[in-house]
Design a protein around this ligand. Structure first.
Ligand code: NAP
Length: 547
């Protein structure tokens, strides 16, 4: 039987759990549900191989910006014992190798169907089953549906007239070709300066003939301080791993970087500058944790933003270019901050040009060029580093229908409605990992994934044991959770930026703050309290057939 044949199970032979997506979340679900809980699981994956974002995002320079050790599964001492990271921030090929290693170690591939994109999932109320269809015509049914489709996976391609007429090469960082792309000596335009743009730009600048960077909004970035791990580093990591993992589990961010409890405003200017300098020289992503109020107090935030702008001015030779690269329209951290290796210095190269497309927007592509309102740029390659339809894109692109045939698209028409970020009222037995309403994007997503998987496994197993396997978020619990998530965001500076946290990345998307801003520690506690309270907020019933 081929992998593809396996999905063509009829609705008469349902599995316990259908998982959509074979990235970090999908694989963790499969291992936990199948090997620890004894459930039958089938995973459906659109890519031709496992890995999720780490399968698709193969652009030059792609690597994680959380320490590799922290960006890995914590469930298995056996896995830890046989894996050593080579670099502080693992590059995409190494992360993919790690994912392959996990699949091999736990024999995961036998329950994964590759190359099938889920187009539709419908809840059959008579049978209390999800019926899931793939783009190859396959149908699979199961009691539970878990969307492990990622919050940053639905690729966003701006609607630029004429792209199809371009005779050169058009690429997207999040859908980079598997075969090597030869950029040597080419004239390349990169659109976008988020985390992906910031990684690809310095990587390709030395090899291309000309690099034109089209920037709409400048990004705050601090040095990554990337390095190759030595044997001594690895030995030290191994020794402290159990304690480090426990610290991460109990932290608010899921990061190893300690959060400073002090306010940026309670110290002298000299003390603050010295501390920022120290953090700048070591913290990487953790620079955001330099003071406790950077994301809640504008004056505190200004001190960090000013410091970073000062560093940009030091790193970029041309003052006009430095000014263009310096964010001034939103607080530091209100859009997802970046860490970089040589990003700003790249603009000192003679073959690199920065184009401000907020002043002169892109208007069209012709056979040979990209046009702004004021200029034309002849290019051989256009790279879209324009990101994703974040958080909801991967959940709303398939047609998901719950009770009474209600489309999720309709239920979420004014923004995503979830209970704990995990379930939605009217969509029984459908769950989401790292979805809207959960902290996912605001911390180390690996820590969130593992917590969600454990919570869902316990919820499902206890409901089955109680002969009430149909689990549904109560509308009141959902409404209260959405209000809670909103309230948490109200106390922050997140609302002061047109970010993908708020749905601002896609024209017409509802402007709702989607992630849970209370931190991983508080979220975990809230989930634990819900479980201890008999899974308060979830209605659990037997099936229509009385099972
Ligand atoms: P992103 O952060 O959303 O950045 C997209 C960039 O493209 C922004 O500069 C955006 O400008 C620009 N853009 C979008 N639409 C545009 C349009 N129509 N015209 C012109 N410019 C446009 O996307 P990303 O860089 O792919 O990163 C997404 C997320 O993936 C990151 O925040 C991070 O969570 C994750 N990621 C992580 C890593 C890592 O671990 N190191 C690496 C890459 C990505 P505006 O700001 O004006 O919208």
């Amino acid at each position: 039987m081929t992998q593809r044949d396996r999905t063509t199970s009829s609705p008469d032979s349902p599995v316990d759990v259908i998982v959509v997506g074979a990235g970090f979340a999908g694989l963790a679900l499969l291992r936990s549900f199948r090997d620890e809980r004894g459930l039958t699981v089938t995973v459906i994956e659109a890519g031709d191989d496992i890995g999720g974002v780490w399968y698709w995002n193969r652009y030059p320079g792609a690597r994680c910006d959380v320490d590799s050790t922290d960006y890995s599964y914590s469930f298995s001492p056996e896995l830890d014992a046989t894996w050593d990271w080579t670099e502080r921030y693992a590059a995409q090929p190494e992360i993919l190798s790690y994912i392959h290693r996990v699949a091999e170690l736990y024999d995961l591939r036998r329950d994964i169907t590759l190359g099938v994109r889920v187009t539709e999932a419908v809840y059959d109320e008579q049978a209390d089953l999800w019926v899931v269809r793939g783009d190859d015509g396959s149908v699979v049914s199961g009691r539970y549906l878990v969307m492990a489709t990622g919050c940053l996976s639905a690729v966003k391609r701006p609607d630029l007239p004429g792209v199809e007429d371009f005779t050169g090469t058009v690429l997207h960082t999040a859908d980079w070709p598997k075969d090597k792309v030869d950029l040597v000596g080419k004239r390349v335009g990169v659109i976008g300066t988020g985390s992906s743009g910031i990684q690809v730009i310095p990587e390709i600048a030395p090899v291309v003939a000309e690099l034109v960077v089209f920037q709409r909004t400048p990004t705050f970035s601090v040095p990554a301080h990337h390095y190759v791990l030595t044997d001594a580093d690895r030995a030290a990591i191994r020794t402290e791993l159990p304690a480090r993992r426990e610290r991460l589990r109990r932290s608010s961010t899921g990061l190893s970087v300690p959060a400073n409890p002090r306010s940026a405003l309670e110290v002298t200017d000299e003390e603050r500058q010295a501390y920022y300098e120290e953090q700048w020289n070591s913290a990487g992503f953790g620079f955001l944790l330099a003071y406790s109020d950077l994301l809640i107090d504008q004056a505190a935030n200004d001190t960090a933003a000013d410091f970073i702008r000062g560093k940009i001015a030091e790193r970029v030779d041309d003052p006009a270019t430095a000014a263009l690269l310096s964010p001034r329209t939103y607080p530091y951290g209100a859009k997802r901050p970046c860490v970089d290796t040589g990003f700003y210095e790249t603009f000192n190269r003679p073959n690199v040009t920065l184009v401000d497309i907020s002043a002169s927007p892109l208007v069209k592509v012709t056979e040979t060029s990209l046009h702004t309102t004021t200029s034309e740029y002849g290019l051989d390659v256009i790279v879209f580093a324009t990101g994703f339809d974040a958080m909801t894109g991967s959940l709303l692109r398939p047609d998901i229908r719950g009770r009474g045939g209600q489309p999720l698209r309709q239920h979420w028409a004014s923004g995503p409605l979830t209970y704990l970020g995990l379930a939605s009222a009217g969509f029984p037995n459908m769950f989401v990992v790292a979805g809207p309403g959960s902290p996912s994007l605001l911390g180390n997503v690996m820590v969130s994934i593992e917590q969600h998987v454990e919570f869902l496994a316990d919820l499902i197993m206890s409901s089955r044991a109680a002969k009430t396997p149909v689990i549904e978020a109560e509308p009141e619990a959902e409404a209260a959770w959405v209000a809670h998530v909103n309230r948490l965001a109200q106390g922050t500076l997140y609302l002061a930026a047109a970010s993908y946290y708020l749905g601002a990345e896609v024209p017409g998307k509802p402007r709702v703050f989607m992630p849970y801003a209370g931190g991983l520690r508080r979220y975990r506690r809230e989930c634990e309290e819900v479980a201890a309270d008999g899974y308060r907020g979830f209605r659990r019933t037997s099936t229509a057939e009385g099972n």
